[in-house]
Design a protein around this ligand. Structure first.
Ligand code: FAD
Ligand code: FES
Length: 280
């Protein structure tokens, strides 16, 4: 059992939890994730380790409540426990000193990119952060991002804060300035990572993306997280989740992500109905 020590709402439907998991905190590296099962009947979902502290034995997870399991996780209170947390899983981010690294993140992806930005900065790189959200109230962790980046640019879809538009628009402006960029690293919704990948391909800039296919066991056994990279089948949970963006088969990823849309909708509606019944 894994006790929730702290819980905080970062934005509407985006929760941060600090959880006691000393063995995971000891070994976690940037880019890795955990697989969480809230209770005995619960499904397993992957969540990035947004932070870890071997001293206190705490790991931080940040999640957006979009469906049944993330909403169920959101109901667990400070002081209560989560049944299973397995990790750290996945390959850590390959960190090296390459000069200038641009980290691009949208939505809850900002939580996932912070450990990566922090690690690249620690390795001596100049780190430029580009973060975005649909609107100002949905933007998370700007101050935290500023701690680990030399510059941070913000974009909101509706223009309520920062530049109006998408993070990819900010990246496009930056690329047109012809600065010497060694690596672009992107995490967020698939359409965003795909656009970033197309932009950097045109400029010949190495780009890494952290993919988010459906995962079940997270240990390479079930095949649920299968993705095609450079024409080869890879399992994102053990071979990734990070891959060369220019080699990813994006069409296949999009289609596999929507395989269970109908079931997910039914399951979320049932969960909401159960919550309403309990309250009323
Ligand atoms: C390596 C990795 C790290 C992730 N890190 C984070 C994070 O730090 N914060 C965060 O908010 N989200 C993260 N995600 C996405 C998160 O796992 C999904 O949002 C979550 O599983 C949705 O479950 P649900 O039951 O709430 O929603 P559902 O209604 O079941 O699904 C909503 C959508 O989420 C995706 N999804 C559903 N089940 C899974 C699953 N088992 N594995 C992966 N994706 C799924 C599908 O695209 C689906 O359409 C990560 C995904 C991966 C692969
Ligand atoms: S999640 Fe099962 S093989 Fe990757």
């Amino acid at each position: 059992m894994y006790k929730i020590i702290k819980k905080r709402l970062l934005a509407p439907s985006v929760q941060l939890m600090e959880v006691s998991a000393p063995e995971i905190a000891k070994r976690a590296k940037a880019g890795q994730f955990v697989v969480v099962r809230v209770n005995e009947k619960g499904e397993r979902i992957p969540l990035t380790i947004a932070d870890s502290d071997p001293g206190s034995g705490l790991i931080t997870i940040i999640f957006q409540e979009i469906g049944k399991t993330t909403q169920l996780l959101g109901t667990v209170k400070e002081g209560e426990e989560i049944l299973d947390i397995v990790g750290p899983l996945g390959m850590p981010t390959h960190i090296e000193n390459i000069g200038t690294v641009v980290t691009v993140a949208g939505g809850v992806g900002v939580a996932e990119i912070i450990p990566v930005a922090k690690a690249f900065k620690k390795a001596g790189n100049r780190v430029i952060g580009i973060i975005g959200a649909r609107s100002r109230e949905l933007l998370i962790l700007e101050e935290e991002m500023k701690k680990h980046c030399d510059n941070v640019f913000v974009a909101t879809d509706d223009g309520s804060y920062g530049q109006k538009g998408f993070v990819s628009d900010v990246l496009s402006d930056l690329l047109s300035k012809q600065i010497n960029i060694g690596l672009v690293y992107a995490i967020g919704p698939v359409p965003m990572m795909r656009v970033v990948s197309e932009l950097t391909r045109q400029h010949g800039i190495k780009t890494v993306v952290s993919l988010n296919p459906i995962m079940v066991d997270g240990t390479g056994m079930c095949g649920a997280c299968r993705v095609s990279v450079e024409g080869r089948t890879r399992f994102a949970c053990v071979d990734g989740p990070e891959f060369n963006a220019h080699q990813v088969d994006w069409n296949e990823l999009v289609s596999r992500l929507s395989l269970f849309k109908k079931e997910e909708k039914v399951s979320t509606e049932r969960f909401r109905e159960e919550c309403r019944c309990k309250k009323g």
